[in-house]
Design a binder for this molecule. Structure first.
Ligand code: C2E
Ligand code: MG
Ligand code: MG
Ligand code: MG
Length: 276
């Protein structure tokens, strides 16, 4: 009967599950206001060329400074933003902000760096994604070669052919494409050949494990070698120690990013560091 099933339903949604749903709904409502209320902020983490020992670019990393929750990690709100479609507005803001910051540095005489921007699959599958990138570049004046889009392997699971075509179009514009978190998913090096990418970012889980003589360490070395054979720029992320740094240098890794060099910095801090 309705009464019995009602009871079951009530039992099923015990208090903690009910709380979770309320919490998520509130989080979503507050996230919806984050862009108009200017609560989102980009942090910038240097990407350094190991051969010349110089910063050549930065990755833009999103932070949400919520008046209710404090600083919220992207690991917590990006999945919700993707699930609700809010990532479309958020991602557009990120792209504009990062390109404008990058071009602003150049115009201000602080160097010609590139901006690496994380792109979610939900953004990429929008019909107008390529046009959006073109518009943002035109609007901010950033030359396409100074924009790198970071995509993850999962991006390529959905609507594979369509996404490849879009990435090829972006490549023709001059925009660079990096495959982020490589090694954390399922893609093989042979599958990489099908992708119109210019760089490979080795997942920090591999970098974490680097100690001379370890198997994962050897894997990292092989990834670098094979990626080079395919003409890709190799970026190691999450580099924290001297040991990791030395190993990567010995293996000819092109770029490094991580606390060993610098944590992600707020725009003001980043600019101040450039002036040093
Ligand atoms: P990701 O793109 O792989 O970014 C690298 C993450 O490693 C960042 O975490 C960064 O702060 C962190 N990291 C940097 N150096 C080190 C290090 O030496 N050691 C360790 N342990 N970690 C380091 P963060 O900023 O929390 O971002 C997490 C993820 O959230 C990013 O992973 C990315 O997938 C996503 N994300 C961040 N910003 C955006 C965005 O604007 N759009 C989208 N779609 N995703 C974003
Ligand atoms: Mg990234
Ligand atoms: Mg990564
Ligand atoms: Mg990641």
């Amino acid at each position: 009967s309705a009464k019995t099933s009602g009871k079951h339903t009530f039992r099923f949604f015990d208090k903690s599950m009910h709380d979770l749903i309320v919490e998520k709904t509130l989080l979503e409502a507050r996230l919806r206001e984050a862009v108009p209320n200017k609560e989102l902020k980009l942090y910038y983490q240097p990407q350094c060329n190991m051969k010349i020992g110089q910063m050549e670019g930065f990755e833009a990393l999103l932070r949400w400074q919520s008046p209710v929750y404090g600083i919220v990690s992207p690991l917590k709100f990006i999945p919700l933003a993707e699930e609700t479609g809010l990532i479309i507005a958020i991602g557009k803001w990120v792209l504009k902000e990062a390109c404008a910051f990058c071009q602003g540095l150049y115009v201000g005489g602080q160097g010609r760096l590139w901006a690496a921007v994380n792109i979610s699959v939900v953004q990429l599958i929008q019909d107008n994604f390529v046009q959006l990138v073109a518009d943002v570049l035109a609007e901010t004046g950033l030359p396409p070669e100074y924009l790198e889009l970071e995509i993850t392997e999962s991006v390529l699971m959905e609507q594979f052919e369509d996404n490849i075509r879009k990435l090829q179009e972006l490549r023709r514009m001059g925009v660079r494409i990096a495959l982020d978190d490589f090694g954390s998913g399922y893609s093989s090096l042979t599958y990489l050949k099908k992708l119109p990418i210019t760089a490979l970012k080795i997942d920090k889980a591999f970098i974490e494990d680097i100690t001379f003589g370890d198997t994962n360490t050897a894997i990292t070395g092989s990834i670098i070698e094979l990626a080079h054979e395919m003409g890709l720029v190799v970026v190691a992320e999450g580099v924290e120690t001297k040991t990791q740094f030395s190993y990567l240098k010995q293996k000819d890794c092109d770029m490094i990013q991580g606390y060993f060099i610098s944590p992600p910095l707020a725009a003001e801090e980043f600019t101040a560091k450039l002036r040093e």
